[in-house]
Design a protein around this ligand. Structure first.
Ligand code: HMG
Ligand code: MG
Length: 297
């Protein structure tokens, strides 16, 4: 496997669906994703359930999936603070993801704090997670544009990325939260970032709001990036980024990567079964093009 896929559909995808998917169906979906060969899956988030009611059942989902998942599968959860970390720990989670934004207004809308106020909150969570032997990932949102501020200077991303790395995160995923990035910008941002952080410690997290998601992956690949986040079926969005659409679809990403000669360890037929399953649960046609094409065969 020379490209790692981090499946974020059960978290990033389902957090933004109007239908609340029952915990048993979420667990079944994650089992199908594991059966398809995905080895990194973000299963839910331990945020304030009043902010994200779609994932209020995080405990049930993690407790349901962790005993059933294989040893080499990394199941992670998003946490915003020590409170979330403690909830994750009690479920037996061994990998968490911390998150904040490169732009001030999105950070405030999403986690109710300024960027400067967020650093010590995440640093404390990272310190405790590392002391517990957990693996810690970091996300930077609004790297390529903010719904409230527009363009975001790359220096903001550099500052937040640097802070996360100092906290001890193993990798930083750069988020195009509202799907505005184009390949030119992706080249430029990654070229800047790799001056401070090695390519192995950076990931691309593209939402496909304007149809540039896969082109952005191709640009990041050319910059040496080999970790990408995606959602089964193209589920997703961000509830605090108005108009944001789903992540790039895992089916479309796998299809493109395999066609380009990369190995992912994922079986596209089994992936289609997972996509078809969650599509049926949600009762609406998902946006993944490869899912549609495979189901039409
Ligand atoms: P706050 O209201 O400022 O928190 O929220 P607080 O510390 O003042 O506490 C207020 C209440 O929340 C208290 O409860 C706390 O106990 C509770 P009360 O005493 O009022 O009953 N609380 C919690 N409850 C459960 N779990 C917790 C927790 N923390 C506090 N962990 C907070 C701050 C960060 C908690 C809130 O703003 C929040 O939950 N935000 C989550 C927003 C979110 O999940 N957004 C989507 C994920 S990010 C994303 O999608 C982007 C990404 O995909 C990358 C990209 O695309 O760019 C990652
Ligand atoms: Mg996202």
């Amino acid at each position: 496997m020379n490209v790692q896929i981090v499946e974020v559909g059960p978290r990033d995808g389902l957090q933004n669906e109007s239908v609340i998917v029952p915990a048993e169906a979420k667990i079944e979906l994650i089992k199908k994703l594991i059966d398809a060969g995905l080895v990194r899956i973000e299963a839910s988030s331990f945020v304030n359930p009043r902010w994200i009611p779609q994932l209020a059942d995080a405990e049930e989902v993690l407790q349901g999936i962790l005993p059933a998942s294989k040893k080499d599968v990394r199941i992670s959860a998003l946490v915003p603070n020590v409170r979330g970390l403690e909830r994750a720990r009690l479920c037996g989670v061994s990998e968490v993801a911390l998150f904040m934004s490169a732009s001030e207004s999105h950070n405030r809308k999403n986690i109710n704090k300024s960027i400067t106020e967020t650093f010590p909150v995440l640093a404390e969570a990272a310190k405790e997670a590392l002391a517990l032997g957990m693996r810690v990932r970091g996300y930077v949102s609004t790297v390529f544009g903010c719904p409230y501020e527009g363009a975001v200077p790359v220096d903001n991303t550099r500052r937040v990325t640097h802070a996360l790395v100092e906290m001890g995160v193993s990798e930083v995923s750069l988020g195009d939260t509202i799907g505005v990035a184009t390949p030119k910008q992706v080249h430029e941002v990654f070229q800047e970032l790799v001056k401070d952080v090695t390519t192995e410690r950076l990931a691309g997290h593209f939402h496909d709001t304007r149809g540039t998601g896969l082109a952005n992956v191709a640009a990041a690949l050319a910059e040496g990036i080999r970790i990408f986040d995606s959602s089964i079926g193209g589920l997703g969005g961000c509830p605090y980024a108005p108009g944001a659409a789903g992540n790039i679809s895992t089916e479309d990403l796998v299809y493109m990567l395999h066609g380009m000669g990369y190995e992912t360890g994922v079986d596209l037929n089994r992936l289609t079964e997972a996509g078809a399953y969650i599509q049926e649960q949600l009762g609406r046609e998902l946006t993944s093009k490869v899912l549609k094409a495979n189901l039409a065969k």
